[in-house]
Design a binder for this molecule. Structure first.
Ligand code: GLY
Ligand code: MN
Ligand code: MN
Length: 444
């Protein structure tokens, strides 16, 4: 299985510590376990920043980075081994595992953190943490600081500055390494197989959840623990609800079905949308709208290369979609004026994409110094234009109403342009119809 190698976590910690101001300390908590109901927990997913720096998969852990510390720069607080708990809940690394398998220079029981951490903070000028995202942990940090303050009369020196860790860490996460790209390609390929399987299985009389089951089957078969976000399987007019999640309506002959789903591998997301006819054949109106969305996506790909800025891909989709809507008679007027008035937003109300990585809507600034960010090799993003004709849109002919189409792929900015990571799912009308027709012949 393709995974981030251990050495990469060490490289990341070193790179972060090199950027920290002299005489500082960084503190990051693992994700908390979330209760689903009574004795049942949600499937555990490590916090992305914590995972990025450690690869340590357990809850109840805290990373402490102390650049220049003589007795080790990387300290990990984690749960102790406990044969009885491990019998019920599974193995724990313990302190030996933390140093042996996860590269910690020093490891302590999490239950000792209140006694040990103030001593590690004391004398450091600055504390880096992700303030604001975890109020309970922020409170703990303040308690540890207050322990030091209470000893000031004995000569203890509390830190003077608190710095948000996010800026440094999230800028690192924006640039994907070769190892990260490999994992993201793997996630993309598994998700591509899942979309193909859903297209092949589609029949009127099944339900949206029937196709979700096909997706989940390929995700799990590929080694993914879970989807990177709640899968959207939206047939007919449900496709016009952007974050539709019910996935329980019957699939009807003549309708389209929009599937937005991607799996996660080693905490890296993929994010694919395909829209196809339930019964394998597009109507004239569905095809007309589909081809506008597809052309707009191609225009966006052409705008993704080093030196271009973040918004150029979006602007390309807006122009092609507005032109297409005018050609089809869904909008009337001059294309430039319609773009200036944002008339397309009645049909295309979201942006063309987002950064992609450990979080499906990944971290990283979209603007720098007030300007759109310039694309550079190693950045990964989605390209996901769409057209959604609201079922109650009285300004367009009835035949268009309730059609919703989105096409979404994941791309990596390369030296010369971009690489499409999710190209293994058919996308043109002809390709989709051919795949679905072949699946029907096989099933007959
Ligand atoms: N699946 C969420 C998105 O496409 O942004
Ligand atoms: Mn998506
Ligand atoms: Mn997306």
């Amino acid at each position: 299985m393709i995974r981030i190698p251990k050495a990469e976590y060490a490289r990341r910690r070193k790179a972060l510590m090199e950027q920290m101001e002299p005489n500082s300390i960084a503190i990051l908590p693992a994700a908390a376990v979330a209760i689903r109901n009574r004795d049942v927990e949600h499937v555990y997913r490590q916090d992305s920043d914590f995972q990025y720096l450690s690869g340590f998969p357990e809850p109840e852990a805290v990373i402490v980075l102390i650049p220049g510390r003589e007795y080790g720069e990387y300290v990990l607080f984690c749960r102790e081994r406990n044969p009885e708990r491990e019998l019920w809940d599974g193995l724990r690394a313990g302190q030996d595992g933390a140093t042996r398998d996860y590269g910690a220079d020093d490891a302590f029981p999490i239950t000792d953190i209140d006694d040990i951490l103030p001593g590690l903070i004391e004398g450091r000028d600055r504390v880096y943490s992700s303030m604001g995202s975890n109020p309970e942990f922020d409170r703990h940090v303040m308690e540890w600081i207050n322990v030091i303050r209470s000893k000031a009369h004995l000569g203890a020196q509390p830190p003077k500055e608190f710095v948000a860790l996010d800026h440094l860490l999230h800028d690192m996460r924006l640039y994907k390494s070769a190892a990260e790209v490999k994992v993201m390609r793997e996630a993309a390929q598994i998700s591509a197989r899942a979309h193909v399987r859903a297209m092949q299985a589609s029949r009127a009389g099944l339900y949206e959840f029937s196709l979700e089951a096909e997706l989940d089957y390929e995700f799990r078969k590929g080694g993914a623990k879970m989807p990177a976000y709640g899968s959207i399987v939206a047939s007919g007019r449900n496709a016009c609800v952007l974050h539709y999640q019910e996935n329980d309506a019957p699939l009807k002959d003549g309708d389209l079905v929009l599937i937005d789903a991607g799996c996660e591998i080693d905490c890296y997301a993929s994010d694919i949308t395909r829209t196809f006819p339930v019964s394998g054949k597009f109507t004239d109106e569905q095809k007309a709208i589909y081809e506008v969305v597809l052309r707009s996506q191609e225009a966006a790909f052409a705008a993704i290369k080093p030196g271009n800025h973040w918004n150029q891909a979006h602007e390309a989709t807006v122009r092609v979609i507005t032109e297409g809507l005018v050609d089809l008679g869904l909008l009337r007027g001059s294309v430039d004026e319609l773009i200036a008035a944002e008339a397309y937003k009645a049909f295309y109300m979201h942006r063309a994409g987002h950064w992609l990585g450990m979080d499906v809507h990944d971290v990283g600034e979209y603007r720098v110094g007030g300007e759109w960010r310039v694309l550079e090799p190693g950045m990964a993003l989605t390209v996901e234009p769409g057209i959604y004709v609201a079922p109650d849109n009285q300004t367009v002919a009835k035949k268009w109403r309730g059609i919703g189409v989105r096409i979404e792929d994941d791309v990596l900015v390369t030296k010369k342009g971009c690489e499409i990571l999710t190209g293994d799912v058919p996308k043109t009308v002809a390709e989709i119809e051919a795949l679905m027709a072949a699946a029907r012949i096989q099933a007959a």
